[in-house]
Write a protein that binds this ligand. Structure first.
Ligand SMILES: [Zn+2]
Length: 421
């Protein structure tokens, strides 16, 4: 860049200095004193207006006399003209009559942050749509510092979360690392943006932690009428213990998925004898409507053969059909019939799964009365999965927890709205 270009840019920025100041969060008694280019970085110099002798005590907000000024500090702000841009100011300490000497807050950033609120808002916006490593590269910052922004605002917003209206919840686990580590996600099934709780693990204690979280945020465990979940004993026992008034509903997505796993087991056993089954895994797992033309014709051909896999597959379709039923009594009858056939099928994985169904009969039928499912939560899973697949940034459970809240919750962040990037 030629020096005269830099000068032109500075002249332009200085010409609307006051407007510019508001755009980066500088309000009275602070004001912009100068804008300068220093080593290819834009520095917006900020100071207290002349004659200001008191600022609010950070503890009690009482106007307190200025005590001293610290050395200059920099806060990263939104870039201008592609320059990495910073606010530069000398922090002020005040002496409160009651609380003594403390650093006064600045209007453009919370204490301890290296970024102004506008830059933080940009990070939150970008983190919803792209892996943090990508965001970090784009914004020319280290991703650890950006994660700190996200976790700060998620925790801050969680402090204001009101769960007093929650009645129906969905509980689901989500693996977050090779090595079988899990998060449990709890969703409010009556709101559009569903996530209300995220915690590490998927054991019996997870629902106790959710109960505590619910109470802490104005909710009432006794007001929870339905809990939709998979058939794991950990969640079921947690539900009985901590939400004894709620009806447990076994989510039909999970039931079908488990039956799909049984089909897959049958196929894996059978393909030792039947070479024709090799490479057909997805054909049996997916629904026919999601198959390619080629897969579909393969399925049609295979279906004509006398294979155990075909019988297991048909049992899965039958089970799926039952879920189309809206009358509980009819569903109960159909499910009994299905159970009888599955347990007499001589397909071990299907039999084993049928026994699991029998053990969870009540919660499976509860679906037909309520039609409550974790569908919204499932949708969220694929969204997170898509973000995760692209990301290497989820090194810790805390980071992933924050992303799940960021993408899936209705948390309201205390940040300025950015009209453009
Ligand atoms: Zn004070």
């Amino acid at each position: 860049m030629r020096p005269e270009d830099g000068n032109a840019i500075l002249a332009q920025l200085r010409s609307f200095q006051d407007m510019f100041a508001k755009g980066v969060g500088i309000v009275a008694p602070w004001h912009v004193t100068d804008i300068a280019l220093v080593a290819h970085e834009l520095e917006v110099r900020v100071d207290l207006a002349d004659g200001v002798i008191t600022l609010a005590c950070p503890k009690c907000q009482a106007p307190s006399p200025v005590y001293d000024r610290g050395p200059e500090r920099r806060w990263r702000t939104l870039d201008d003209y592609m320059f990495k841009s910073f606010l530069v100011a000398r922090p002020v300490r005040v002496r409160c009559a009651e609380h003594g000497v403390h650093r006064a807050e600045v209007p453009w950033a919370q204490a301890g942050s290296h970024f102004n609120y506008h830059f933080q808002a940009l990070v939150m916006q970008k983190a919803q749509n792209a892996p943090m490593a990508v965001v970090a590269r784009e914004l020319r910052e280290h991703d650890t510092r950006l994660w700190r922004i996200v976790t700060h605002h998620v925790n801050d917003a969680l402090g204001r979360l009101d769960l007093s209206g929650v009645r129906r919840i969905g509980v689901d686990d989500k693996s977050y690392q090779v090595g079988h580590k899990y998060l449990t996600v709890v969703a409010d099934l009556d709101t559009a943006r569903v996530v209300i709780f995220v915690t590490v693990g998927r054991d019996g204690d997870t629902l106790r932690r959710f109960r505590d979280h619910l109470i802490e945020h104005g909710g009432d465990p006794a007001a929870i009428t339905q809990i939709s979940q998979d058939m794991s004993e950990a969640y079921a026992s947690g539900a009985r213990k901590y939400f004894p008034d709620a009806t447990v509903i076994f989510d039909h997505f999970h039931v079908i998925k488990r039956m799909g796993e049984a089909v897959d087991k049958v196929r894996r056993q059978e393909q030792h004898e039947q070479d024709i089954l090799r490479g057909t895994r997805y054909i049996w797992l997916k629904n026919a409507t999601n198959l390619t033309q080629k897969q579909l014709s393969r399925l049609t051909d295979l279906s004509k053969l006398n294979l155990r896999t075909v019988r297991a597959y048909k049992a899965r379709l039958d089970l799926q059909d039952i879920y189309g039923e809206s009358d509980v009594r009819i569903a109960d009858k159909l499910l009994r019939r299905w159970y009888y056939r599955a347990t007499h099928s001589r397909l071990e994985p299907a039999k084993t799964f049928a026994y699991t169904i029998a053990d969870h009969w009540h919660g499976i039928l509860a679906f037909f009365a309520s039609r409550t499912t974790n569908g919204l939560l499932e949708g969220l899973n694929s969204l997170i999965q898509a973000t995760k697949a692209k990301a290497r940034g989820y090194r810790t459970a805390d980071a992933l927890k924050s992303i799940v809240y960021l993408i899936g919750s209705a948390l309201v962040f205390n940040l300025p709205i950015l009209y453009s990037e």
